[in-house]
Design a protein around this ligand. Structure first.
Ligand code: SF4
Ligand code: SF4
Length: 156
């Protein structure tokens, strides 16, 4: 009988290990505790933080950092951080994976647009005259300016 083998992409594992927060997937023992309270897993059958940690262990670069990677479905809620008995902090591994996609320029267009907006205006969403008007109607203060030069310096 032919023996089944699974190839491991050690190069990608090393790359992920070098990103802040990216290396703790090595301690994951696949218990699944992180999945129980994960809102993204509740929402989508395809999203599963345990599965993402397994793919990280295998170094599945294409699935994890390709343009249609499932990692972008994570809501950054940090439930998995609280629940993991191994201090894997899956959310931080996912953030590290997002940083890898940023360097590879494989992050989705919608994310690229948000980054461009922050660079340009210091905000993820632009303030329009309509939103100003609505705030005025609701008796809310006008939204102040953001220190855009400082933000640009930080991004640099
Ligand atoms: S941070 Fe992401 S992976 Fe973790 S529980 Fe929340 S949605 Fe799921
Ligand atoms: S809870 Fe921690 S150890 Fe368990 S599957 Fe999730 S990341 Fe792995």
């Amino acid at each position: 009988m032919e023996k089944k083998t699974t190839s491991i992409n050690e190069k990608f594992r090393q790359r992920l290990n070098s990103v802040i927060g990216g290396d703790a997937y090595n301690f994951c023992y696949q218990c699944g505790a992180c999945v129980g309270d994960c809102p993204a897993a509740l929402y989508s059958d395809k999203f599963n933080p345990r599965d993402i940690m397994l793919k990280a262990q295998l170094g599945d670069e294409e699935d994890l950092t390709g343009e249609d990677s499932i990692i972008w479905n994570c809501t950054n809620c940090y439930s998995c951080y609280e629940r993991c008995p191994q201090a894997v902090r899956p959310i931080e591994v996912i953030i590290a994976l997002k940083n890898v996609t940023f360097n590879k320029m494989t992050n989705p267009q919608v994310v690229k647009d948000i980054v461009a907006s922050v660079r340009e205006s210091g905000r993820t969403v632009k303030i329009t005259t309509l939103s100003d008007k609505r705030r005025e109607e609701l008796g809310l203060k006008k939204i102040g300016m953001v220190p855009i030069e400082e933000i640009r310096k930080l991004i640099k």
